[in-house]
Design a protein around this ligand. Structure first.
Ligand code: FE2
Ligand code: FE2
Length: 227
């Protein structure tokens, strides 16, 4: 018997048939998105992201809300930030740069040079302007989801971590260890995740943003002081 294809308001039939999108929708089937604006946001995301990125966004929303429940954080904020965290990811770099410069979002040349870094800062602006998200906690979590920063909130950690361990993520070294740690300590899991990112980036001779390095040092210090 043919497997039934799940649908969702705002997602057309072609996109709904995508394998990753189906996997993401099956996560949300048992635990639907709670924000009443979610169907509208999902439709906008479906129209502006590639299918894999769109499925990842749904999956991060699911993961982030789940981790928020586990760690006593606001699950709605976690869901909102998870869903919107990559809303600018598929913009061309020159368009991200134009938005960042026109709206004075950053003057960091390293951020401005890389879509992989800049999409978080621009995404926070897009989430506010195009999606109507006004909660500063959510906007901050979007802004720092790919680098972290020293002093980041636990909601920021929850979203940053969910981005790297959501169920659709392809396997990478220590993924299961990070997932297991995330059940008990956001800080320890995020530290392991960021250290993995640092190893990966530097082993390929690529640029690691200093904010990530500083966040690793801050997490190590915080964890050793808490002992
Ligand atoms: Fe991202
Ligand atoms: Fe992401």
């Amino acid at each position: 018997m043919a497997k039934q294809v799940m649908s969702f308001p705002g997602i057309d039939a072609d996109l709904a048939c995508n394998k990753q999108v189906q996997e993401a929708l099956s996560l949300l089937e048992s635990e639907p998105l709670h924000d009443p604006r979610a169907p509208r946001w999902v439709g906008k995301l479906a129209a502006s992201l590639k299918p894999g990125r769109f499925a990842h966004s749904l999956s991060v929303a699911w993961m982030s809300r789940r981790l928020a429940h586990v760690h006593g954080l606001d699950p709605l904020k976690a869901e909102q930030a998870g869903l919107l965290h990559d809303c600018a990811k598929c913009l061309p770099l020159d368009e991200m740069q134009r938005i960042a410069v026109d709206h004075s979002l950053t003057d960091d040349p390293e951020l401005l040079a890389s879509g992989a870094l800049l999409h978080s800062v621009v995404g926070s602006w897009v989430a506010r302007e195009d999606y109507g998200m006004t909660d500063p906690d959510v906007l901050e979590a979007i802004s720092y989801h790919n680098t972290g920063y020293p002093g980041m909130t636990r909601l920021d950690m929850c979203v940053c971590l969910s981005d790297s361990i959501e169920p659709l993520r392809e396997a990478y070294p220590r993924l299961e260890q990070i997932r297991a740690l995330a059940e008990t300590s956001l800080e320890r899991a995020l530290l392991l995740s960021l250290e993995g990112t640092a190893d990966f980036v530097t082993s390929r001779g690529k640029f690691l943003h200093p904010r990530t390095q500083n966040t690793i040092a801050w997490l190590k210090r915080s964890l050793s002081e808490a002992r």
